[in-house]
Design a binder for this molecule. Structure first.
Ligand code: CUA
Length: 421
């Protein structure tokens, strides 16, 4: 009496939970598990390396599924066929065993070898293919260097030298030409990180004192989500980046714009009046993350990136000038470079064209004045343990770190940084 009623309770609770959850499962648009096409999907791929890896995944899945069905069928057959039906069955001798039967043993061994070979051949081919750019494509390869740090990525273009400076350097948004193999040297300046752009290629670690590399290719121009995939400290989970793939002409234009020194807003010259579409299609979670594009988005992520390249419609030269001055006074210059202006630091991301990126704080925050202000106000709330926090002072009133920036200072700095297109 007591036990069955105990069993019934979880049963009823389960049924009720299912009843509640079913509308969500049936209609919930956020629940795209079955489509598996999220930003960091390894199944909806966008390049040859990731495609090869996904194919291998499917081969392994199908082979193991066949084995599972065979084993489960034999097991089910044995359970039904040889179950004890009478009292006498329970004490009967076991039926004749397959053990020692050469036909059964050899065919099982052969079957196992066959299954392994089916998996091994595409595995070896995939290992070979994904390791390095195919010989025939070598001449067409574009080289980039990615250097990880706690908790952001520096991207350098060794083929794009700037006189008296060195290779073109940017941060957290890797812009590449589409339809060309990209060979990326992977480095780290501190701990082990891992470079992962799920739609383009599997992850490869960035290991101290060891040169590693990865190659990948984007089939078409696009905007791809990346993520550090090796636990690397406090803010590992928010160590993100983007890869922007462009057509040949657009990529060349981007390189030319990036190689130019930082943009200076002259007091008398109004900026080109180009309206930028609102980021309304960005669904934000509590962090203000650039996490997900709504289904009804009218602006694709790539188009949004394109718009980000243009200066804002309205700019205040006096405010920008004040921000530029604060950028020196508040020691920002010690860690950041604004090429052609004051900064020369290399501890933090290169900010020469920071406003042309869609995200800040290593892919965590959308690059808008609001989010930029928030990042300057309390960097440690966005990215715990980051060096801008260590470098800052602790405000005795709030107990929170800052660079003794007033709200007016922040407004001016945001205006300055936002002008760096
Ligand atoms: Cu870098 Cu995890």
């Amino acid at each position: 009496m007591y036990i069955p009623s105990l069993l019934r309770t979880p049963g009823r609770l389960g049924a009720r939970a299912l009843a509640w959850a079913s509308p969500l499962l049936l209609t919930g648009c956020d629940f795209n598990f079955w489509r598996m096409n999220g930003h960091q999907s390894t199944l909806e791929v966008a390049g040859p390396v990731a495609r090869k890896q996904a194919e291998l995944f499917y081969v392994t899945c199908w082979v193991t599924l066949v084995i599972f069905i065979l084993v489960a069928s034999v097991l089910a057959y044995a359970i039904v066929k040889f179950r004890a039906k009478t009292e006498a069955d329970e004490h009967a001798e076991p039926p004749p065993q397959g053990h020692g039967n050469p036909l059964v043993e050899i065919s099982l061994i052969a079957g196992s070898i066959f299954a392994l070979v089916i998996i091994a051949i595409p595995t070896l081919k995939a290992v070979w293919f994904t390791y390095d750019v195919p010989e025939a494509e070598k001449a067409n390869t574009y080289e980039v260097t990615a250097t990880a740090a706690q908790w952001w990525f520096k991207f350098e273009y060794p083929g794009e030298q700037i006189a008296g400076v060195g290779p073109l350097a940017t941060a957290n948004e890797l812009v590449i030409p589409a339809r060309r193999p990209i060979r990326i040297q992977l480095r780290t300046i501190d701990v082990i990180h891992s470079f992962w752009v799920p739609k383009l290629a599997g992850k490869v670690d960035m290991i101290p004192n060891r040169g590693n590399f990865i190659w990948l290719e984007a089939d078409e121009p696009g905007y791809f989500w990346g993520q550090c995939a090796e636990y690397c400290g406090d803010s590992h989970a928010v160590m993100r980046f983007r890869v922007v793939a462009l057509g040949a002409k657009e990529f060349a234009d981007w390189l030319a714009a990036q190689k130019a020194p930082a943009r200076t807003v002259a007091a008398d010259a109004a900026a080109a009046p180009v309206a930028r579409p609102q980021f309304a299609s960005f669904t934000r979670n509590q962090y203000g993350f650039s996490d997900k594009w709504a289904e009804a988005a009218t602006v694709t992520p790539l188009d949004n990136w394109r718009q980000q390249q243009f200066p804002a419609k309205v700019e205040d030269p006096a405010l920008i000038a004040r921000g530029r001055k604060l950028f020196q006074e508040k020691t920002c210059v010690g860690c950041h470079t604004v090429r052609g202006q004051e900064g020369v630091g290399i501890t933090g991301p290169n900010l020469t064209h920071v406003a042309a990126r869609t995200t800040i704080a290593a892919g965590v925050l959308e690059n808008t004045p609001d989010q930029l202000a928030r990042w300057l106000r309390h960097p440690n709330e966005v990215k715990p343990g980051n060096k801008m926090y260590y470098g800052g002072f602790i405000d005795p009133k709030s107990g929170k770190p800052n660079f003794t920036l007033t709200e007016d200072d922040i407004t001016a700095l945001v205006a300055y940084l936002s002008s760096l297109k």
